[in-house]
Design a protein around this ligand. Structure first.
Ligand SMILES: O=C[C@H](O)[C@H](O)[C@H](O)COP(=O)(O)O
Length: 232
């Protein structure tokens, strides 16, 4: 699949998911190239159809895009609930375990997700996998002592790589932390791994989102396909 085809599938999933946002809702808005299509569609509806909703964003990038359309954005601490959060994902398997954080937004995404009544992911079909882990698992790490965290990961065989930008500088998250990507190949025991990562001092959060999502909208060449999680 070339990039244009993949973008078409992402866009179709984003437009389909935008239908879930209706007047008066508080909606969490994720981050990434798929979510950009969602926000474009929501912005269009705000401007052309008078849709009124309040957004809670998971990154400064999404906030800027949404506010550019005149979408009202508030801080996560200024709402008492979030009706639905729509976000992208890097991988998701049939158990609805997924990896997120390819765009370094995993921490805010997990905070918004865990405070949402419903979580929806929008992905193209290439993200639906049998076993997660081919996509390097992002882990958000405090800069102080990050070298020691990386050494601990190396000793455990996690194959960590500190994420750098195009200029060779450490990527910083919206909380000014580093991202370490674990090149695991496959993750057979995601719950044990999640437990180990979150108990490592210096780790703020990891990109394993295990059985959190309610619905996955998959951009498919035959039209958007919906996968519903019956185990939540
Ligand atoms: O940190 C970024 C997020 O978790 C994204 O939602 C995820 O990486 C998917 O992004 P994209 O839609 O660009 O593939």
């Amino acid at each position: 699949m070339d990039k244009a085809q993949q973008d078409a599938l992402k866009k179709a999933a984003g437009i389909e998911a935008a239908k879930l946002v209706t007047n008066g809702m508080i909606a969490g808005l994720g981050t990434g190239s798929t979510v950009r299509f969602l926000v474009d569609e929501l912005g269009r509806r705000v401007q052309e159809e008078g849709l009124q909703f309040t957004g809670v964003t998971t990154s400064r990038r999404t906030q800027e895009q949404a506010e550019g359309y005149g979408i009202k954005i508030v801080d996560v601490d200024d709402v008492d609930h979030i009706d639905v959060t729509i976000d992208g994902a890097d991988e998701v398997d049939k158990n609805f375990d997924g990896i997120k954080g390819g765009g370094a937004a995993l921490l805010w995404e997990k905070i918004v997700a865990t405070n949402s009544n419903k979580i929806v992911w929008i992905v193209d079909e290439s993200k639906v996998v049998d076993t997660i882990g081919a996509f390097p698992l992002p882990v958000e790490v405090i800069p102080f002592g990050a070298g020691h965290v990386i050494k601990k990961f190396e000793a455990k065989g996690y194959k960590p790589v500190l994420r750098l930008d195009a200029d060779g500088k450490e990527v910083r998250t919206d909380e000014n932390n580093f991202v370490v990507d674990l090149h695991l190949g496959r993750i057979d025991h995601p719950r044990e791994l999640a437990e180990d990562l979150i108990n490592t001092v210096g780790v703020v959060e990891h990109g394993l989102f295990l059985n959190m999502v309610d619905t996955v909208i998959v951009g498919d060449p035959n039209g958007p396909r919906v996968m519903t999680n019956g185990n939540k």
